[in-house]
Write a protein that binds this ligand. Structure first.
Ligand SMILES: [Zn+2]
Ligand SMILES: [Zn+2]
Length: 95
């Protein structure tokens, strides 16, 4: 388990990027795609990790991000692109 050095902060939850055999395993508070697994434990992936695993939604979200933007920069970008990003980031949803 690796802790990121560039926390966004502001009360955002710390979560691992892991599960379903994908994800990088890093624990941080960066933007996530939350997947409802139908169990008590949802899994969350960085948008870029999930896009790499074939998620069209995440691929679309990061398609126009500044080069290699992560963490706060990616969050800023997402908020600019879609004011409803919080639904994507923190709301469990079918995938
Ligand atoms: Zn990741
Ligand atoms: Zn995704």
């Amino acid at each position: 388990m690796t802790l990121a050095k560039d926390m966004i902060g502001g009360g955002r939850p710390m979560r691992p990027c892991s599960g379903l055999g994908i994800g990088c395993g890093q624990v941080d508070d960066h933007p996530r795609h939350v997947i409802d697994t139908g169990t008590d434990e949802d899994v969350q992936f960085h948008l870029d990790c999930h896009a790499a695993a074939g998620c069209a939604s995440c691929a679309e979200q990061i398609a126009s991000r500044p080069k290699n933007a992560t963490g706060q920069k990616l969050l800023d970008h997402l908020l600019e692109q879609a004011p409803t990003v919080s639904q994507h980031d923190d709301t469990p949803q079918e995938d």
